[in-house]
Design a protein around this ligand. Structure first.
Ligand SMILES: *Cc1c(COP(=O)(O)O)cnc(C)c1O
Length: 309
């Protein structure tokens, strides 16, 4: 079936796509002769935004094409992906099941409360069980328990996700020298590199500490998706601020100032770390004169509610 056929039975015209690109104006950028732009994927929709929407799109189409009415996926209690999948179920009429890592805590945090309000059935599994989430035995058990469902891996990451992330690049009307992206698993970065076909450099800002695995994982994901290797990308490991979801006062301060100066909301888990890193690299003269830099805002603003911002 053709994409447009499936899309017509899944109306996504309420989404703000293609997402806009905003140029930032700042004395530092002028002094360093640089141009900095942000692709505003956080503006796609209040609940379906950033790379979590990009990764869901073709998974939803595939689920519908295969006649599935239920989506099942995995995540932690603050997961942007759980939140987006539950929202997708609500807006596109799928039942949703969330396999949540760890024990239930009541009252539910805002992420899980939204998910529940959108109709997601929440099933908690121990951390040990959660680690088995890709094993055939565990998936068999889920099939016995829930019967038919379309399985979306943790974080949404599969080849349909990559395909959705390629569209971040397809939407661009102008050329940029450097494209910056925040990296958890590197799946979004994979799609961006695949979509660019060597037309710009890609910088991936790792938000996890000890993200050496990313070099290998992005290379492997690229190979799987494109059957090619690319050398136009690099990982920046220096801005994790102590590890995943860890923050420092200077990061929180940066996010507040950024909002005041540019009227763009960042969050401290992903986009805040990337933009902090970009400005820090600019101060260190990392970018040659006249570089046009594009940062991809990864969305994830629902996660802000866990922070005092
Ligand atoms: C999930 C997420 C990421 C990480 O994406 P990967 O594809 O796993 O690298 C980055 N930014 C935001 C806002 C996210 O929600």
């Amino acid at each position: 079936m053709h994409d447009s056929d499936s899309l017509s039975c899944m109306d996504s015209s309420f989404l703000n796509l293609p997402s806009p690109v905003t140029q930032l104006h700042h004395p530092l950028l002028e002094a360093k002769k640089l141009q900095l732009f942000i692709k505003r994927d956080e503006l796609i929709h209040p609940h379906l935004q950033g790379n979590k929407w990009r990764k869901l799109k073709y998974n939803l189409l595939q689920a519908r094409r295969n006649g599935h009415s239920t989506l099942l996926t995995f995540g932690g209690a603050y997961s942007n992906h759980i939140h987006a999948t539950a929202a997708a179920g609500h807006y596109f009429n799928f039942r949703t099941i969330g396999i949540i890592r760890g024990e239930q805590h009541l009252p539910l945090n805002p992420t899980l409360q939204d998910a529940k309000d959108w109709g997601m059935a929440l099933h908690y599994v121990s951390r040990a069980e959660y680690r088995e989430k890709t094993s055939p035995a565990f998936i068999e058990k889920l099939i016995t328990q829930f019967s038919d469902f379309y399985l979306i891996p943790e974080g949404g990451n599969n080849e349909f996700a990559t395909r959705g992330c390629v569209e971040i690049i397809d939407e661009l009307e102008d050329k940029y020298d450097a494209i910056c992206v925040d990296c958890g698993t590197g799946a979004t970065m994979t799609g961006i590199i695949a979509g660019l076909e060597n037309k710009s450099r890609v910088l991936g800002f790792a938000v996890l500490k000890g993200a050496d695995f990313l070099q290998h994982d992005v290379t492997r994901q690229l190979q799987q998706y494109t059957h090619r290797t690319f050398n136009n990308w690099a990982l920046i490991p220096d801005y994790h601020f102590g590890g995943f979801a860890r923050t420092k006062p200077e990061l929180i301060e940066f996010i507040k100032e950024f909002k005041q100066q540019f009227d763009i909301q960042l969050e401290p888990v992903y986009s805040g770390k990337m933009l902090f890193g970009i400005f820090d690299l600019i101060k260190q003269d990392y970018f040659p004169d006249n570089t046009r830099i594009l940062a991809i805002h990864g969305g994830g603003l629902q996660g802000l509610r866990g922070f005092a911002l």
